[in-house]
Design a protein around this ligand. Structure first.
Ligand SMILES: C[S@@+](CC[C@H](N)C(=O)[O-])C[C@H]1O[C@@H](n2cnc3c(N)ncnc32)[C@H](O)[C@@H]1O
Length: 243
């Protein structure tokens, strides 16, 4: 409607500043401070991974496992980030309680603010911890009916070669899965049986081409793994295991 009107100088200046950030390849979600996930608004900052549509596959796989939506399910999210996985599940399961773990205090603050904005903070316990430390599972409580995780799974040596939006701006902690990208899965697999109720479920996001190796890791830990589930791009994206 106002395409021919001159922009007031303050607006022009603001637009130039925002555009310059995008030209330097900063992700839109960091510029806007928000990204939608599963139809819900999530605040994001450079301390958290930008929630991805691919990760909605984790929710799609997890929800049918907890078919009675009214039960007081106990949920655990390892590597909480913005909280998009755990907090979405808490929105969908009105009597569930969730524990979320992250090594980044800045990420926990973002997740806490999302929990409040989404009205699920009273059912979410967000904890600081590091799955590389001995005894890390102790403070989590449990056992849990469902454990979800989208851990860092990029091979450390390949991060610099990723698109600038990811390599330059997203937190290294959210990307770096060690030399072969699988370190977090090994630690999660070792801990999972004691974190899950008998018959409980583990649902994890995986990187392209990692399904066979992670299935092996989970089976060696005594878990039963089902066939990988593809994301909308046709890539194996989620593995489900039971205990
Ligand atoms: C790929 S991001 C996923 C965030 C969010 N769950 C999502 O799906 O968008 C992985 C998260 O794991 C956390 N993380 C990385 N190493 C960790 C560790 N050793 N212990 C606990 N959390 C860790 C990172 O800080 C990051 O928030």
């Amino acid at each position: 409607m106002h395409g021919r009107d001159p922009a007031p100088p303050a607006v022009e200046e603001k637009l130039r500043t925002l555009t310059a950030r995008r030209v330097r390849r900063e992700p839109m979600a960091y510029i806007l401070g928000e990204r939608e996930f599963w139809g819900l608004p999530f605040k994001v900052s450079p301390a958290v991974l930008v929630p991805r549509p691919d990760s909605e596959t984790v929710i799609e796989v997890a929800l049918p496992l907890l078919a009675d939506r009214t039960r007081a399910w106990r949920l655990l999210d390892l590597g909480l980030g913005s909280g998009c996985l755990l907090l979405t599940l808490l929105k969908e399961l009105p009597n569930a309680h969730g524990v979320g773990l992250d090594v980044s205090r800045e990420a926990l603050a973002v997740a806490q603010s999302n929990a409040q904005a989404l009205g699920v903070a009273d059912r979410a316990t967000l904890l600081h911890g590091d799955w590389r430390e001995p005894g890390w599972t102790g403070p989590l409580g449990g056992p849990f009916d469902l454990v979800v995780s989208n851990p860092p799974y990029i091979e450390a040596g390949t991060i610099e070669g990723l698109m600038p939006e990811v390599a330059r701006y997203e937190p290294r902690l959210a990307l770096d899965g060690g030399p072969d990208g699988l370190d977090p899965y090994r630690l999660i697999a070792t801990a999972a049986p004691q974190l899950m109720v008998p018959g409980g479920h583990l649902v994890v996001e995986i990187g392209e081409g990692q399904a066979i190796e992670i299935t092996r890791i989970f089976e060696a830990a005594g878990l039963r793994v089902t066939a990988p589930v593809k994301d909308l791009g046709g890539i194996d994206r989620v593995l489900r295991a039971t205990h």
